[in-house]
Write a protein that binds this ligand. Structure first.
Ligand code: HEM
Length: 323
């Protein structure tokens, strides 16, 4: 009896402990936007450039997924290259992370939003610890943070070897979080994916704050920018719910086709500006894993989107648009 009483008394403490570890979307976005929010812009990955193109699917994933995007043929997308951070005029070449987002709309009801970063894994496995990581970056204590977080090992191994290239076209972009490819018969295959570049650009001759954007727009005058879309299939030994742990290189990979980027627009006039690249907007044939980061991302992107949409509605860009 005493044992049960003890357990009962411990319960409120446990609930409290769990609640105190919860981070709301508002807290995330407050932290990410910093003291002086840039009105009308994304609160993270604020600087970017809209792109359009098509995914040329080779049909090789139709055995794993019902998603229409995998049917053989060309599927248009609206995308966005960006750099991490909350400053829409930050210097491109100083950003530690570069990103690519894609939005497919195969019909009004079948949309797929994808946002990828250059690291293959996150440094941490859950939203609360990611919140602590952002605080550590902002307060200059990230080395101490990593020393206390052994789960960051795979991320640190990547970071120590990563050489930023001279082009958005020469980076490899990763889903980081895993998803399931699903079939109507109930089959479910956990996967991660990457956009693998087809060019090698060690350095760029472009300089200035917009070096990567200018390199891209110049590059697009001589033809499309192409990436292979590579899926890595997990086995039962891999934990699809933990975005901090990489999967062995021996895992089977399938190239689903190529994405070809043909054109670009400045973000404020572009089609990508009003898209929320929420990773939980998924079509039939793709399902979310239980990875808690995915839920936190979805909620934070919605909060960031809500803030910037209200600001745009209230005239955040009226001056620029009248220029
Ligand atoms: C808990 C973890 C994370 C939080 C709280 C978070 C938060 C955010 C927020 C608030 C935005 C701005 C959304 C908008 O206004 O449209 C954003 C954008 C973005 N995030 Fe995250 N993020 C997280 C993890 C990740 C991960 C793991 C990836 C990569 C796989 C990622 C990739 C991106 C990209 C590429 C964008 C820009 C998308 C675009 O071009 O619109 N984020 N993130």
């Amino acid at each position: 009896m005493k044992k049960y009483l003890g357990a009962l008394l411990a319960l409120p403490m446990l609930v409290f402990a769990q609640q105190s570890e919860r981070v709301t979307a508002q807290q995330f976005v407050d932290l990410q936007q910093g003291q002086n929010a840039h009105e009308g812009f994304r609160r993270a990955h604020a600087k970017g450039i809209c792109v359009t193109g098509e995914f040329r699917s080779n049909g090789s994933l139709t055995d794993y997924s019902n998603a229409a995007v995998f049917n053989k043929g060309a599927h248009p997308f609206v995308g966005r290259f960006s750099i991490a951070g909350n400053n829409p005029s930050a210097p491109d070449l100083k950003a530690p992370v570069r990103s690519l987002a894609l939005s497919f709309a195969t019909s009004a009801a079948q949309q797929w939003r994808i946002a990828m970063n250059t690291p293959p894994v996150m440094a941490v496995s859950d939203p609360h610890t990611f919140y602590q990581q952002i605080k550590a970056i902002q307060s200059g204590t990230i080395a101490e943070f990593f020393a206390e977080h052994p789960e960051s090992a795979d991320f640190i191994a990547w970071k120590d070897n990563y050489q930023p290239s001279g082009s958005f076209a020469a980076e490899q972009y990763h889903s980081i979080n895993a998803f399931y490819l699903t079939k109507d018969n109930g089959d479910k295959q956990p996967v991660r994916w990457a956009m693998r570049p087809t060019v090698n650009v060690a350095n760029t001759s472009f300089d200035g704050d917009d070096a990567l954007q200018n390199e891209l727009t110049e590059r697009l005058t001589s033809g499309p920018v192409i990436f292979d879309w590579v899926f890595t299939l997990a086995t039962s030994e891999d934990d699809e719910n933990d975005p901090a742990v990489g999967w062995p290189e021996s895992r089977e990979q399938i190239v689903a086709g190529q994405i070809a980027i043909n054109d670009w627009q400045k973000q404020l006039n572009g089609d990508c500006h009003e898209i929320n690249y929420d990773p939980l907007v998924l079509p039939d044939g793709i399902e979310a894993t239980r990875d808690p980061i995915l839920r936190a991302r979805s909620a934070a992107y919605a909060e960031s989107y809500r803030r910037r949409a209200v600001e745009v509605f209230n005239g955040a860009f009226e001056e620029q648009q009248n220029d």
